[in-house]
Ligand binder design. Structure first.
Ligand code: 5GP
Ligand code: MN
Length: 345
């Protein structure tokens, strides 16, 4: 089959993604069995878009398996069908195609056994890569769930309240509650349609934001003790010992980086977590001028301009120095650029 690649910036309700959408729907229409997966350590967009994609396939009369290398975080387990997402290290076919959501390569799934299948890549990251047989990358989509919504529309499949709830969760979480860059009029238009189709915004928000396990609060306390600021750069971290003492799991780290970004002075922030195998997981955030996807990309990771991540070699102290230096340099560059612009103006 001919590989189709579309890497576009487009508002969600415009139709300039016709070609990749038609190509994807053709593959879905012709096949019978599909595998739906996303990145390891799934977040709200990964879980919600996998579930919605599975529902779309089912409504099209197809068989869909959903597999993740890591378990579904507790806050997303109440989503309809979440218990159907299997946790596995290796997948076994036969599948007519594998749909990879939010991934810049097969490796990001951390699943084995995917190599031989036909790959469909649906992504919205700034660092998105056309690695698959069929690629649809829309860097302006607020979340991959929004792209799955467009597939529903183009396939002429009505949204059930269950699918609307899953997609609403992707919009809510990937925009940080309609806060991050990428939140535009069309995002609210989409949210309105999803609520009209049966998503309950209050119940979903309570499930996502008011179901925090105690382990996460303990971990946050430990991280805040390690909060440092230097001018417009802030960083905080947790060690393996902090993880153990708090009885925390990986998903408890989600969102901690935002506390470093939450004061008015700070423009870029990093959260570092020591991993068991002496590597260090890094989350980067920026309020605007600094493109953290570019920094993460140089260090082997990726993400969005304002939210990105990567994994570095330890020890933690060295990773901290490395990342703070990167942020200082990026901020200095951004400052120079904006001062230059002011001079011209
Ligand atoms: P987080 O800091 O919440 O783990 O990730 C922020 C954003 O960057 C998410 O959109 C996530 O998918 C992306 N991201 C985080 N780590 C990596 C990575 O190692 N590789 C790539 N390609 N993207 C990442
Ligand atoms: Mn996403």
């Amino acid at each position: 089959m001919k590989a189709i690649t579309s890497i576009a910036g487009s508002a969600p309700l415009r139709d300039d993604a016709d070609e990749p959408i038609a190509a994807i729907l053709k593959v879905l229409g012709e096949g019978e069995r599909f595998l739906v997966c996303s990145h390891a350590g799934p977040d709200g967009d990964a879980v919600g878009s996998m579930l919605a994609m599975g529902m779309l396939l089912k409504r099209m009369g197809k068989h869909a398996d959903m597999v993740s290398a890591d378990r579904v975080p507790i806050v997303f387990r109440a989503l309809p069908g979440a218990d159907r997402i299997q946790t596995a290290m290796r997948v076994h076919g036969p599948y007519d195609a594998v749909i990879l959501l939010e991934c810049d390569g097969v490796e990001r799934t951390r699943l084995q056994g995917l190599e031989s299948f036909f790959h469909i890549n649906i992504d919205h990251h700034a660092s998105g890569v056309a690695f698959a047989d069929l690629n649809w990358i829309d860097r302006e989509a607020a979340c991959v769930g929004e792209m799955v919504y467009r597939l529903f529309r183009s396939a002429g499949v009505a949204l059930t309240p269950e699918a609307a709830s899953c997609i609403y969760t992707t919009v809510l979480t990937d925009t940080g509650g309609f806060v991050y860059g990428g939140t535009r009029a069309s995002t609210f238009e989409l949210a309105r349609e999803l609520v009209a189709a049966g998503a309950d915004p209050i119940r979903i928000a309570q499930q996502v934001y008011f179901s925090t396990p105690i382990s996460k609060l303990l971990l946050l306390g430990a991280a805040l003790k390690n909060l440092h600021r230097e001018g417009r750069v802030a960083w905080l971290w947790i060690s393996q010992e902090d993880m153990i003492r708090s009885c925390a799991v990986e998903e408890d780290c989600e969102g901690i980086v935002n506390y470093a970004l939450s004061t008015a002075e700070v423009e870029v922030a990093a959260f570092l977590r020591e991993l068991e195998e002496k590597r260090v997981r890094v989350s980067l955030r920026s309020k605007g001028r600094v493109n953290v996807a570019a920094i993460a990309g140089r260090l082997g990771g990726g993400g969005h301009e304002n939210a990105a991540g990567c994994t570095l070699d330890g020890p933690l102290s060295r990773a901290k120095e490395q990342i703070v230096e990167e942020l200082r340099a990026a901020l200095a560059c951004a400052r120079e650029r904006s001062e230059g612009r002011n001079l011209i103006a």
